[in-house]
Design a protein around this ligand. Sequence first.
Ligand SMILES: Nc1nc2c(ncn2[C@@H]2O[C@H](COP(=O)(O)OP(=O)(O)OP(=O)(O)O)[C@@H](O)[C@H]2O)c(=O)[nH]1
Ligand SMILES: [Mg+2]
Length: 465
Amino acid sequence: MPNDDIIFAPASGQGGAISIVRISGEGCLAMLDSVVSLRHGTIAEAPGFSLRFGVIPGLDEVLVSVFRAPKSYTGEDMAELSCHASQYILSELMGRLSEAGGRVAEAGEFTQRAFLNGKMDLAQAEAVADIISSDSLAQHRVAFNQLRGGYSAELSEIRARLLELTSLLELELDFAEEDVQFADRGRLRELLDSSIEHCTRLADSFRIGNAVRNGVPVAIVGAPNSGKSTLLNALLKDDRAIVSDIPGTTRDTVEECCVLDGILFRFIDTAGIRAASDEIERMGIARTRRKASEAQIILGLIDSSKVTSPAVFEALVRDLAALYDPTWQKLVILVNKVDLRSDNKNVSTLNNFVLPNDIESLGADLMFISAKHGQGLDELLERLVSSSGIPSESGTLVTNARHALALREVSSALSRVRSGMDLGLSSDLLSEDLRSALRSLGSITGEITSDEVLGEIFGKFCIGK
Ligand SMILES: Nc1nc2c(ncn2[C@@H]2O[C@H](COP(=O)(O)OP(=O)(O)OP(=O)(O)O)[C@@H](O)[C@H]2O)c(=O)[nH]1
Ligand SMILES: [Mg+2]
Protein backbone atom coordinates (compact mmCIF):
# COMPACT_ATOMS: atom_id res chain seq x y z
CA MET A 1 0.00 0.00 0.00
CA PRO A 2 1.77 3.20 -1.12
CA ASN A 3 1.36 5.95 1.43
CA ASP A 4 1.27 9.05 -0.72
CA ASP A 5 -1.95 8.22 -2.55
CA ILE A 6 -5.21 9.95 -1.79
CA ILE A 7 -7.52 7.23 -0.50
CA PHE A 8 -11.26 7.21 0.07
CA ALA A 9 -13.92 4.77 1.27
CA PRO A 10 -17.40 4.73 2.74
CA ALA A 11 -17.02 4.74 6.52
CA SER A 12 -20.61 4.22 7.64
CA GLY A 13 -22.51 0.95 7.68
CA GLN A 14 -25.72 -0.03 5.89
CA GLY A 15 -28.97 1.63 6.88
CA GLY A 16 -29.69 5.10 8.26
CA ALA A 17 -30.28 8.34 6.39
CA ILE A 18 -26.71 9.61 6.03
CA SER A 19 -23.59 8.00 4.56
CA ILE A 20 -20.09 9.12 5.43
CA VAL A 21 -17.24 8.91 2.95
CA ARG A 22 -13.73 9.43 4.23
CA ILE A 23 -10.87 10.86 2.24
CA SER A 24 -7.26 11.03 3.37
CA GLY A 25 -3.87 12.00 1.96
CA GLU A 26 -1.82 15.03 1.08
CA GLY A 27 -3.70 17.20 -1.40
CA CYS A 28 -7.05 15.57 -0.73
CA LEU A 29 -8.68 18.87 0.30
CA ALA A 30 -7.78 20.59 -2.96
CA MET A 31 -8.89 17.48 -4.83
CA LEU A 32 -12.29 17.67 -3.13
CA ASP A 33 -12.79 21.19 -4.49
CA SER A 34 -13.08 19.59 -7.93
CA VAL A 35 -15.89 17.33 -6.71
CA VAL A 36 -17.79 19.53 -4.25
CA SER A 37 -18.68 23.20 -4.85
CA LEU A 38 -18.93 25.37 -1.77
CA ARG A 39 -21.08 28.48 -1.68
CA HIS A 40 -18.22 30.47 -0.13
CA GLY A 41 -14.48 29.83 -0.36
CA THR A 42 -12.79 26.50 -0.94
CA ILE A 43 -12.18 23.31 1.00
CA ALA A 44 -8.46 23.74 0.40
CA GLU A 45 -8.56 26.95 2.44
CA ALA A 46 -10.91 25.74 5.16
CA PRO A 47 -9.30 25.41 8.60
CA GLY A 48 -9.04 22.08 10.43
CA PHE A 49 -12.11 20.98 12.45
CA SER A 50 -14.45 23.08 10.33
CA LEU A 51 -17.68 22.09 8.65
CA ARG A 52 -18.70 23.33 5.17
CA PHE A 53 -21.93 23.00 3.21
CA GLY A 54 -21.51 22.17 -0.46
CA VAL A 55 -23.11 20.71 -3.56
CA ILE A 56 -21.94 17.85 -5.72
CA PRO A 57 -23.28 19.12 -9.03
CA GLY A 58 -26.33 17.22 -10.20
CA LEU A 59 -25.98 14.65 -7.41
CA ASP A 60 -26.41 15.72 -3.79
CA GLU A 61 -26.01 18.31 -1.09
CA VAL A 62 -23.28 17.41 1.37
CA LEU A 63 -21.52 18.51 4.52
CA VAL A 64 -17.73 18.41 4.50
CA SER A 65 -15.81 18.01 7.77
CA VAL A 66 -12.23 19.18 7.34
CA PHE A 67 -9.25 17.85 9.32
CA ARG A 68 -5.69 19.04 8.85
CA ALA A 69 -2.47 17.13 9.39
CA PRO A 70 -1.38 16.12 11.92
CA LYS A 71 -4.67 16.57 13.81
CA SER A 72 -6.71 13.90 12.10
CA TYR A 73 -7.35 10.18 12.51
CA THR A 74 -4.67 9.22 9.99
CA GLY A 75 -2.37 12.14 10.82
CA GLU A 76 -2.78 13.38 7.21
CA ASP A 77 -5.08 15.99 5.69
CA MET A 78 -8.51 14.41 5.78
CA ALA A 79 -12.16 15.09 5.07
CA GLU A 80 -15.42 13.34 5.75
CA LEU A 81 -18.30 13.87 3.36
CA SER A 82 -21.77 13.35 4.77
CA CYS A 83 -24.17 12.66 1.91
CA HIS A 84 -27.62 11.11 1.70
CA ALA A 85 -27.56 7.36 2.16
CA SER A 86 -28.49 6.15 -1.29
CA GLN A 87 -26.56 3.39 -3.00
CA TYR A 88 -26.78 5.38 -6.24
CA ILE A 89 -25.34 8.58 -4.72
CA LEU A 90 -22.62 6.60 -2.98
CA SER A 91 -21.40 4.79 -6.05
CA GLU A 92 -21.63 7.91 -8.22
CA LEU A 93 -19.66 9.88 -5.60
CA MET A 94 -17.01 7.16 -5.42
CA GLY A 95 -16.71 7.31 -9.21
CA ARG A 96 -16.17 11.07 -9.13
CA LEU A 97 -13.58 10.83 -6.37
CA SER A 98 -11.65 8.30 -8.36
CA GLU A 99 -11.82 10.46 -11.52
CA ALA A 100 -10.50 13.35 -9.43
CA GLY A 101 -7.38 11.31 -8.61
CA GLY A 102 -8.15 9.27 -5.51
CA ARG A 103 -8.31 5.50 -5.12
CA VAL A 104 -10.50 3.24 -3.00
CA ALA A 105 -8.80 2.44 0.31
CA GLU A 106 -7.89 -1.11 1.14
CA ALA A 107 -9.15 -2.81 4.31
CA GLY A 108 -7.75 -1.11 7.40
CA GLU A 109 -5.73 1.38 5.36
CA PHE A 110 -6.88 4.45 7.32
CA THR A 111 -5.86 2.84 10.59
CA GLN A 112 -2.63 1.57 9.08
CA ARG A 113 -1.76 5.15 8.11
CA ALA A 114 -2.64 6.27 11.64
CA PHE A 115 -0.17 3.68 12.94
CA LEU A 116 2.56 4.58 10.42
CA ASN A 117 2.15 8.28 11.22
CA GLY A 118 2.56 7.63 14.93
CA LYS A 119 -1.04 8.43 15.89
CA MET A 120 -1.35 5.11 17.71
CA ASP A 121 0.71 1.99 18.32
CA LEU A 122 -0.06 -1.39 16.86
CA ALA A 123 -1.87 -2.68 19.96
CA GLN A 124 -4.17 0.34 19.83
CA ALA A 125 -4.75 -0.13 16.10
CA GLU A 126 -5.80 -3.71 16.76
CA ALA A 127 -8.14 -2.46 19.47
CA VAL A 128 -9.93 -0.38 16.82
CA ALA A 129 -10.88 -3.58 15.00
CA ASP A 130 -11.89 -5.19 18.30
CA ILE A 131 -14.06 -2.29 19.37
CA ILE A 132 -15.97 -2.36 16.08
CA SER A 133 -16.60 -6.08 16.37
CA SER A 134 -17.35 -6.19 20.09
CA ASP A 135 -20.88 -7.16 20.98
CA SER A 136 -20.77 -7.60 24.72
CA LEU A 137 -20.02 -5.19 27.54
CA ALA A 138 -16.95 -7.16 28.67
CA GLN A 139 -15.57 -7.32 25.13
CA HIS A 140 -16.08 -3.63 24.65
CA ARG A 141 -14.51 -2.77 28.00
CA VAL A 142 -11.29 -4.62 27.22
CA ALA A 143 -11.05 -3.20 23.69
CA PHE A 144 -11.75 0.31 24.94
CA ASN A 145 -9.05 0.06 27.60
CA GLN A 146 -6.61 -1.11 24.92
CA LEU A 147 -7.66 1.67 22.54
CA ARG A 148 -7.14 4.29 25.24
CA GLY A 149 -3.61 2.95 25.67
CA GLY A 150 -4.00 1.28 29.09
CA TYR A 151 -2.37 -1.85 27.81
CA SER A 152 0.34 0.01 25.92
CA ALA A 153 1.21 1.88 29.13
CA GLU A 154 1.83 -1.45 30.87
CA LEU A 155 4.01 -2.60 28.01
CA SER A 156 6.09 0.54 28.16
CA GLU A 157 6.59 -0.04 31.88
CA ILE A 158 8.06 -3.45 31.06
CA ARG A 159 10.09 -1.91 28.27
CA ALA A 160 11.54 0.72 30.61
CA ARG A 161 12.68 -2.02 32.96
CA LEU A 162 14.29 -3.97 30.12
CA LEU A 163 16.09 -0.84 28.94
CA GLU A 164 17.44 -0.27 32.44
CA LEU A 165 18.63 -3.86 32.45
CA THR A 166 20.32 -3.38 29.09
CA SER A 167 22.12 -0.26 30.20
CA LEU A 168 23.34 -1.90 33.41
CA LEU A 169 24.72 -4.78 31.37
CA GLU A 170 26.23 -2.53 28.73
CA LEU A 171 28.02 -0.54 31.36
CA GLU A 172 29.66 -3.76 32.32
CA LEU A 173 30.46 -4.61 28.70
CA ASP A 174 32.27 -1.32 28.21
CA PHE A 175 34.70 -2.30 30.88
CA ALA A 176 34.95 -5.96 29.88
CA GLU A 177 38.68 -5.67 29.17
CA GLU A 178 39.36 -4.72 32.72
CA ASP A 179 37.60 -7.89 33.78
CA VAL A 180 35.36 -6.16 36.25
CA GLN A 181 31.82 -6.94 37.23
CA PHE A 182 30.41 -3.89 38.81
CA ALA A 183 26.84 -3.79 37.61
CA ASP A 184 24.65 -4.18 40.64
CA ARG A 185 23.62 -7.78 40.08
CA GLY A 186 21.07 -7.55 42.88
CA ARG A 187 19.27 -4.78 40.99
CA LEU A 188 19.59 -6.81 37.78
CA ARG A 189 17.87 -9.80 39.39
CA GLU A 190 15.14 -7.62 40.79
CA LEU A 191 14.44 -6.08 37.39
CA LEU A 192 14.50 -9.48 35.71
CA ASP A 193 12.19 -11.16 38.18
CA SER A 194 9.62 -8.40 38.14
CA SER A 195 9.61 -8.31 34.33
CA ILE A 196 9.27 -12.08 34.03
CA GLU A 197 6.41 -12.02 36.52
CA HIS A 198 4.66 -9.18 34.71
CA CYS A 199 4.95 -10.78 31.25
CA THR A 200 3.81 -14.15 32.51
CA ARG A 201 0.82 -12.58 34.24
CA LEU A 202 -0.19 -10.76 31.07
CA ALA A 203 0.31 -13.86 28.91
CA ASP A 204 -1.73 -15.92 31.38
CA SER A 205 -4.57 -13.43 31.17
CA PHE A 206 -5.03 -14.55 27.57
CA ARG A 207 -7.21 -17.46 28.69
CA ILE A 208 -9.69 -15.00 30.15
CA GLY A 209 -9.07 -12.42 27.43
CA ASN A 210 -9.82 -15.04 24.82
CA ALA A 211 -13.02 -15.99 26.65
CA VAL A 212 -14.05 -12.32 26.66
CA ARG A 213 -13.48 -12.12 22.95
CA ASN A 214 -14.78 -15.46 21.73
CA GLY A 215 -17.20 -16.33 24.53
CA VAL A 216 -16.70 -18.26 27.76
CA PRO A 217 -16.95 -21.90 26.67
CA VAL A 218 -19.62 -23.78 28.65
CA ALA A 219 -20.10 -27.48 27.83
CA ILE A 220 -23.45 -29.08 28.69
CA VAL A 221 -22.89 -32.79 29.28
CA GLY A 222 -24.73 -35.74 30.77
CA ALA A 223 -26.51 -38.99 29.99
CA PRO A 224 -28.96 -39.16 27.06
CA ASN A 225 -32.34 -37.60 27.88
CA SER A 226 -31.06 -35.75 30.94
CA GLY A 227 -32.31 -32.49 29.39
CA LYS A 228 -29.15 -30.96 27.89
CA SER A 229 -30.78 -29.60 24.74
CA THR A 230 -33.74 -28.33 26.76
CA LEU A 231 -31.28 -26.43 28.96
CA LEU A 232 -29.43 -25.01 25.95
CA ASN A 233 -32.68 -23.71 24.50
CA ALA A 234 -33.71 -22.25 27.86
CA LEU A 235 -30.40 -20.42 28.27
CA LEU A 236 -30.56 -19.06 24.72
CA LYS A 237 -34.29 -18.36 24.99
CA ASP A 238 -34.50 -19.91 21.55
CA ASP A 239 -35.48 -23.25 20.02
CA ARG A 240 -31.97 -23.93 18.85
CA ALA A 241 -31.55 -27.69 19.41
CA ILE A 242 -33.99 -30.52 18.84
CA VAL A 243 -35.56 -31.82 22.04
CA SER A 244 -37.27 -35.19 22.23
CA ASP A 245 -37.84 -37.97 24.71
CA ILE A 246 -35.87 -40.36 22.51
CA PRO A 247 -32.46 -40.92 24.13
CA GLY A 248 -29.63 -40.06 21.73
CA THR A 249 -31.43 -37.17 20.01
CA THR A 250 -28.37 -34.93 19.85
CA ARG A 251 -25.62 -36.69 17.94
CA ASP A 252 -23.30 -33.84 17.09
CA THR A 253 -22.32 -30.83 19.18
CA VAL A 254 -24.43 -27.68 18.86
CA GLU A 255 -22.70 -24.39 19.68
CA GLU A 256 -24.32 -21.02 20.13
CA CYS A 257 -23.17 -17.75 21.67
CA CYS A 258 -25.25 -15.41 23.75
CA VAL A 259 -24.63 -12.42 25.99
CA LEU A 260 -25.78 -12.86 29.58
CA ASP A 261 -25.25 -10.06 32.06
CA GLY A 262 -22.72 -8.33 29.80
CA ILE A 263 -20.60 -11.43 29.25
CA LEU A 264 -20.43 -13.43 26.04
CA PHE A 265 -20.94 -17.15 26.65
CA ARG A 266 -20.47 -19.94 24.13
CA PHE A 267 -22.79 -22.81 25.07
CA ILE A 268 -22.00 -26.24 23.68
CA ASP A 269 -24.77 -28.83 23.75
CA THR A 270 -23.34 -32.32 23.35
CA ALA A 271 -24.33 -35.88 22.56
CA GLY A 272 -25.44 -37.79 25.67
CA ILE A 273 -22.76 -40.06 27.09
CA ARG A 274 -23.52 -43.78 27.14
CA ALA A 275 -22.21 -46.99 25.58
CA ALA A 276 -22.78 -46.03 21.95
CA SER A 277 -25.06 -48.11 19.77
CA ASP A 278 -23.42 -47.20 16.47
CA GLU A 279 -20.36 -45.59 14.90
CA ILE A 280 -21.91 -42.15 14.47
CA GLU A 281 -23.00 -42.04 18.08
CA ARG A 282 -19.52 -43.16 19.13
CA MET A 283 -18.00 -40.25 17.17
CA GLY A 284 -20.48 -37.85 18.76
CA ILE A 285 -19.54 -39.01 22.23
CA ALA A 286 -15.82 -38.66 21.47
CA ARG A 287 -16.60 -35.09 20.44
CA THR A 288 -18.47 -34.54 23.72
CA ARG A 289 -15.38 -35.55 25.66
CA ARG A 290 -13.18 -33.23 23.64
CA LYS A 291 -15.53 -30.28 24.05
CA ALA A 292 -15.75 -30.93 27.79
CA SER A 293 -11.96 -30.96 28.02
CA GLU A 294 -11.78 -27.55 26.33
CA ALA A 295 -14.61 -25.83 28.22
CA GLN A 296 -14.04 -23.44 31.07
CA ILE A 297 -17.31 -24.43 32.72
CA ILE A 298 -18.89 -27.88 32.56
CA LEU A 299 -22.59 -28.20 33.33
CA GLY A 300 -23.14 -31.87 34.22
CA LEU A 301 -26.81 -32.80 34.00
CA ILE A 302 -28.49 -35.56 35.95
CA ASP A 303 -32.11 -36.56 35.37
CA SER A 304 -33.42 -36.62 38.93
CA SER A 305 -36.32 -38.86 37.97
CA LYS A 306 -33.83 -41.62 37.19
CA VAL A 307 -32.12 -41.48 40.55
CA THR A 308 -33.45 -44.27 42.74
CA SER A 309 -30.84 -44.22 45.49
CA PRO A 310 -27.88 -42.19 46.81
CA ALA A 311 -25.56 -44.79 45.28
CA VAL A 312 -27.02 -44.22 41.82
CA PHE A 313 -26.57 -40.48 42.27
CA GLU A 314 -22.98 -40.87 43.38
CA ALA A 315 -22.15 -43.07 40.38
CA LEU A 316 -23.64 -40.49 37.99
CA VAL A 317 -21.71 -37.66 39.67
CA ARG A 318 -18.46 -39.62 39.43
CA ASP A 319 -19.00 -40.20 35.69
CA LEU A 320 -19.39 -36.46 35.19
CA ALA A 321 -16.49 -35.53 37.47
CA ALA A 322 -14.24 -37.81 35.41
CA LEU A 323 -14.65 -35.34 32.52
CA TYR A 324 -13.21 -32.36 34.34
CA ASP A 325 -9.85 -30.95 35.29
CA PRO A 326 -10.29 -29.13 38.61
CA THR A 327 -7.04 -27.17 38.17
CA TRP A 328 -8.70 -24.80 35.72
CA GLN A 329 -12.26 -25.92 35.00
CA LYS A 330 -15.44 -25.39 36.94
CA LEU A 331 -17.96 -28.23 37.30
CA VAL A 332 -21.58 -27.55 38.19
CA ILE A 333 -23.70 -30.66 38.75
CA LEU A 334 -27.26 -29.82 37.75
CA VAL A 335 -29.97 -32.02 39.15
CA ASN A 336 -32.61 -31.56 36.45
CA LYS A 337 -36.35 -32.23 36.15
CA VAL A 338 -37.02 -31.37 39.79
CA ASP A 339 -40.61 -30.59 38.67
CA LEU A 340 -41.21 -34.35 38.23
CA ARG A 341 -40.36 -35.13 41.81
CA SER A 342 -43.73 -34.48 43.45
CA ASP A 343 -45.53 -37.12 41.40
CA ASN A 344 -42.92 -39.83 41.60
CA LYS A 345 -42.70 -41.66 44.87
CA ASN A 346 -40.06 -44.14 43.72
CA VAL A 347 -37.20 -41.73 43.48
CA SER A 348 -34.82 -40.53 46.15
CA THR A 349 -35.74 -37.47 48.17
CA LEU A 350 -33.77 -34.35 47.27
CA ASN A 351 -31.96 -34.56 50.63
CA ASN A 352 -30.16 -37.58 49.30
CA PHE A 353 -28.57 -35.54 46.55
CA VAL A 354 -25.27 -34.52 48.07
CA LEU A 355 -21.90 -34.39 46.39
CA PRO A 356 -19.32 -36.91 47.61
CA ASN A 357 -16.81 -35.07 49.84
CA ASP A 358 -13.83 -35.63 47.59
CA ILE A 359 -15.63 -34.11 44.62
CA GLU A 360 -17.05 -31.20 46.56
CA SER A 361 -13.60 -30.38 47.89
CA LEU A 362 -12.37 -30.02 44.29
CA GLY A 363 -14.68 -27.02 44.03
CA ALA A 364 -17.62 -28.62 42.21
CA ASP A 365 -21.07 -27.15 42.80
CA LEU A 366 -24.53 -28.69 43.04
CA MET A 367 -27.73 -27.02 41.90
CA PHE A 368 -31.35 -28.06 41.35
CA ILE A 369 -33.18 -26.99 38.22
CA SER A 370 -36.01 -27.67 35.89
CA ALA A 371 -34.72 -26.86 32.42
CA LYS A 372 -38.21 -27.29 30.99
CA HIS A 373 -40.01 -25.03 33.45
CA GLY A 374 -37.24 -22.52 34.13
CA GLN A 375 -36.87 -23.30 37.80
CA GLY A 376 -33.42 -22.46 39.23
CA LEU A 377 -32.19 -20.89 35.99
CA ASP A 378 -31.66 -17.42 37.48
CA GLU A 379 -29.39 -18.89 40.14
CA LEU A 380 -27.60 -20.87 37.43
CA LEU A 381 -27.05 -17.69 35.47
CA GLU A 382 -25.52 -15.99 38.52
CA ARG A 383 -23.24 -18.98 38.98
CA LEU A 384 -22.17 -18.84 35.32
CA VAL A 385 -21.31 -15.15 35.59
CA SER A 386 -19.31 -15.63 38.80
CA SER A 387 -17.50 -18.67 37.35
CA SER A 388 -16.65 -16.92 34.11
CA GLY A 389 -13.46 -15.54 35.65
CA ILE A 390 -14.10 -12.24 33.89
CA PRO A 391 -13.33 -9.40 36.26
CA SER A 392 -15.96 -6.68 36.48
CA GLU A 393 -13.26 -4.01 36.64
CA SER A 394 -11.21 -3.32 33.56
CA GLY A 395 -7.78 -4.67 34.39
CA THR A 396 -5.54 -5.40 31.45
CA LEU A 397 -6.47 -8.58 29.65
CA VAL A 398 -4.59 -9.90 26.65
CA THR A 399 -7.19 -10.81 24.03
CA ASN A 400 -4.87 -11.37 21.13
CA ALA A 401 -3.02 -14.64 20.45
CA ARG A 402 -0.18 -12.78 18.72
CA HIS A 403 0.41 -10.70 21.85
CA ALA A 404 0.21 -13.68 24.20
CA LEU A 405 2.82 -15.50 22.13
CA ALA A 406 5.14 -12.47 22.09
CA LEU A 407 4.79 -12.07 25.86
CA ARG A 408 5.71 -15.72 26.38
CA GLU A 409 8.77 -15.17 24.20
CA VAL A 410 9.75 -12.17 26.30
CA SER A 411 9.50 -14.12 29.53
CA SER A 412 11.41 -17.12 28.22
CA ALA A 413 14.21 -14.90 26.85
CA LEU A 414 14.36 -13.21 30.26
CA SER A 415 14.44 -16.57 32.01
CA ARG A 416 17.45 -17.43 29.86
CA VAL A 417 19.12 -14.22 31.00
CA ARG A 418 18.29 -15.16 34.57
CA SER A 419 19.82 -18.63 34.35
CA GLY A 420 22.79 -17.28 32.39
CA MET A 421 23.45 -14.92 35.25
CA ASP A 422 23.27 -17.74 37.74
CA LEU A 423 25.83 -19.63 35.66
CA GLY A 424 28.07 -16.57 35.70
CA LEU A 425 27.92 -16.04 31.91
CA SER A 426 29.53 -12.87 30.60
CA SER A 427 27.49 -9.75 29.98
CA ASP A 428 27.74 -9.94 26.19
CA LEU A 429 26.08 -13.36 26.17
CA LEU A 430 23.33 -12.08 28.47
CA SER A 431 22.82 -9.02 26.27
CA GLU A 432 21.94 -11.16 23.30
CA ASP A 433 18.89 -12.68 25.06
CA LEU A 434 17.94 -9.31 26.42
CA ARG A 435 17.88 -7.87 22.93
CA SER A 436 15.67 -10.71 21.80
CA ALA A 437 13.27 -9.97 24.69
CA LEU A 438 13.11 -6.32 23.61
CA ARG A 439 12.44 -7.35 20.02
CA SER A 440 9.53 -9.58 21.05
CA LEU A 441 8.09 -6.83 23.22
CA GLY A 442 8.48 -4.30 20.42
CA SER A 443 6.57 -6.56 18.05
CA ILE A 444 3.40 -6.06 20.11
CA THR A 445 3.27 -2.30 19.86
CA GLY A 446 4.81 -2.30 16.39
CA GLU A 447 8.12 -0.62 17.21
CA ILE A 448 9.65 -3.60 15.50
CA THR A 449 7.58 -5.22 12.84
CA SER A 450 7.53 -6.53 9.30
CA ASP A 451 5.29 -5.71 6.35
CA GLU A 452 4.03 -9.26 6.48
CA VAL A 453 2.75 -8.84 10.05
CA LEU A 454 1.19 -5.49 9.18
CA GLY A 455 -0.55 -6.93 6.15
CA GLU A 456 -1.91 -9.76 8.27
CA ILE A 457 -3.26 -7.38 10.93
CA PHE A 458 -4.76 -4.65 8.77
CA GLY A 459 -6.12 -7.06 6.17
CA LYS A 460 -8.67 -8.16 8.76
CA PHE A 461 -10.16 -4.69 9.10
CA CYS A 462 -13.22 -3.53 7.25
CA ILE A 463 -12.87 -1.08 4.40
CA GLY A 464 -13.19 2.52 5.56
CA LYS A 465 -11.48 1.94 8.91
N1 LIG B 1 -40.48 -32.64 33.17
C1 LIG B 1 -39.35 -32.24 32.66
N2 LIG B 1 -38.94 -32.73 31.49
C2 LIG B 1 -37.77 -32.30 30.99
C3 LIG B 1 -36.97 -31.36 31.64
N3 LIG B 1 -35.87 -31.14 30.90
C4 LIG B 1 -35.97 -31.91 29.80
N4 LIG B 1 -37.13 -32.62 29.84
C5 LIG B 1 -37.63 -33.58 28.85
O1 LIG B 1 -36.68 -34.63 28.74
C6 LIG B 1 -36.64 -35.13 27.40
C7 LIG B 1 -35.21 -35.11 26.88
O2 LIG B 1 -34.79 -33.78 26.75
P1 LIG B 1 -33.59 -33.33 25.84
O3 LIG B 1 -33.34 -31.90 26.13
O4 LIG B 1 -33.81 -33.73 24.43
O5 LIG B 1 -32.44 -34.23 26.47
P2 LIG B 1 -30.92 -34.37 26.01
O6 LIG B 1 -30.10 -34.48 27.25
O7 LIG B 1 -30.56 -33.29 25.07
O8 LIG B 1 -30.94 -35.78 25.29
P3 LIG B 1 -29.96 -36.35 24.15
O9 LIG B 1 -29.82 -35.32 23.10
O10 LIG B 1 -30.71 -37.54 23.67
O11 LIG B 1 -28.69 -36.73 24.81
C8 LIG B 1 -37.58 -34.25 26.61
O12 LIG B 1 -38.81 -34.91 26.47
C9 LIG B 1 -37.71 -33.01 27.45
O13 LIG B 1 -38.94 -32.34 27.28
C10 LIG B 1 -37.43 -30.83 32.91
O14 LIG B 1 -36.81 -30.01 33.56
N5 LIG B 1 -38.61 -31.32 33.35
MG1 LIG C 1 -29.93 -33.31 23.16
